[in-house]
Design a protein around this ligand. Structure first.
Ligand SMILES: Cc1cc2nc3c(=O)[nH]c(=O)nc-3n(C[C@H](O)[C@H](O)[C@H](O)COP(=O)(O)O)c2cc1C
Length: 192
């Protein structure tokens, strides 16, 4: 795999090191994440830039095992209606196809009428994921949660109609160490 220029610096620079070490983790130890750690992650998210400093994100946090599992199953079933049969059987066969056995889930929403919200939430999410990595935890962004609005338990989240569920971040202590995907470097044009 081609080495990225900044990768050479990772031993000297803890931020670059964290950026390079973050992976989408889909296998977690059965170990809860404390409320204190969750608050540290949310504070990191809250430090993200946002268009016109609107800070449009809102967080809905699940930390109870049974509730995480319930939403994972329900979202998986709704999602299965939208995918090809070959993918559907995988989703339905997996024990926890959406939240991958993570002990905590952070749903992130933003007002429907904010045209920059997806970008803002993306930046907020990356802050959360890097903060988690730096504190010894791992994460995975879950776009599949866009189907949560059709899940039977949706009303339990108390998310107002004015908000869109844009992403969830699953958080926990990793069971494995996924390998790094190669990164495409042929996506830049320098204009003289
Ligand atoms: C917006 C977004 C949505 C994603 N949705 C899912 C998802 O629903 N389920 C999942 O397992 N991974 C999801 N991922 C994780 C990606 O598959 C992962 O980031 C990608 O394969 C690159 O791997 P890396 O994060 O380890 O570098 C999502 C990532 C992003 C950025």
């Amino acid at each position: 795999m081609e080495t990225l220029t900044a990768e050479i610096m990772t031993e000297k620079n803890p931020i670059l090191k964290t950026i390079y070490e973050r992976r989408a983790v889909r296998s977690y130890l059965d170990k809860p994440v404390s409320r204190e750690v969750i608050e540290q992650l949310l504070d990191a998210g809250r430090m993200a830039p946002s268009a016109v400093n609107k800070q449009p994100w809102k967080f809905y946090v699940l930390t109870k095992k049974e509730t995480v599992k319930q939403f994972s199953d329900e979202i998986g079933k709704v999602a299965a209606k939208h995918f090809h049969l070959s993918i559907v059987s995988g989703i339905l066969k997996a024990t926890d196809a959406v939240f991958h056995g993570a002990p905590a889930v952070i749903f992130i929403t933003a007002p429907k009428d904010n045209e920059w919200a997806s970008l803002d939430v993306g930046m907020c999410s990356q802050n959360i994921m890097l903060a988690a990595k730096s504190l010894g935890l791992d994460t995975c962004p879950i776009g599949m949660v866009k189907f949560v609005e059709d899940a039977p338990g949706f009303s339990k989240l108390n998310i107002p109609h004015s908000e869109n569920v844009l992403l969830a971040i699953i958080v926990g202590y990793s069971k494995d160490k996924p390998s790094v995907h190669s990164r495409n470097k042929k996506n830049v044009s320098y204009i003289d």
